[in-house]
Design a protein around this ligand. Structure first.
Ligand SMILES: [Mg+2]
Length: 203
């Protein structure tokens, strides 16, 4: 009887050890995380509106553009000019950083493999600007962790944070849509509105 009790105690200790190990192991799991630039860490939409308002003496605000890309938000005759904004040298160099993205990414980098992934080849002139912008605002993410690419379906990892349906849809891991005026009506993905929400989910 006494031996049975000892056996039972040993078994319970073993179970406790397995449980603690599993919890610790889960906490330490290193994820490969891809983070988009435009409309995730860089305020590209806001820069479009700022330029447009300045050049056309307009008062467009993000709230006026819900569910639309910037070009759909302006009169048709202005669209060709707005389309050219992203081809201007320096456009991507001067974008504002989204609040808390630096602090949260710095923390994520301590525990995970974090890559910046931007479909920058859509705007070849943006490559230098984006690299310089990252040097200034995210110096803790080295060049080895910066993927300036074409289609993002080639990305294989645990998590993609992006604002575009076309990038999130084919990704095989966890997908988080970062809210931008243009994607407000998309309901298919897990969504965050800001970097504090990403911190709550991932840190
Ligand atoms: Mg983007």
């Amino acid at each position: 009887m006494e031996q049975k009790g000892r056996l039972c105690l040993s078994f319970c200790k073993f179970l406790w050890f397995v449980l603690v190990f599993a919890v610790l192991h889960q906490k330490k799991r290193i994820m490969t995380i891809f983070v988009d630039m435009d409309e995730v860490i860089a305020d590209t939409y806001g820069a479009h509106l700022e330029l447009y308002n300045m050049e056309f003496n307009a008062q467009l605000k993000p709230e006026d553009c819900q569910g639309k890309g910037v070009r759909q938000c302006v009169p048709e005759q202005h669209r060709p000019l707005v389309k050219e904004y992203t081809s201007r040298n320096g456009f991507f160099r001067n974008l504002k950083v989204f609040p808390d993205s630096q602090e949260v990414l710095r923390e994520l980098c301590k525990d995970h493999e974090v890559y910046i992934a931007s479909a920058a080849m859509e705007y070849p002139n943006s490559l230098r600007d984006k690299s310089d912008w990252l040097d200034e605002h995210f110096p803790f993410i080295p060049w080895q962790k910066r993927i300036l690419c074409g289609d993002k379906f080639i990305l294989k990892g645990d998590l993609l944070i992006d604002d575009h349906y076309r990038n999130l849809k084919p990704f095989e891991g966890r997908k988080i849509m970062f809210t931008s005026p243009h994607n407000i009506d998309v309901t298919e993905f897990e969504r965050v509105d800001n970097w504090r929400e990403i911190a709550d989910k991932l840190l």
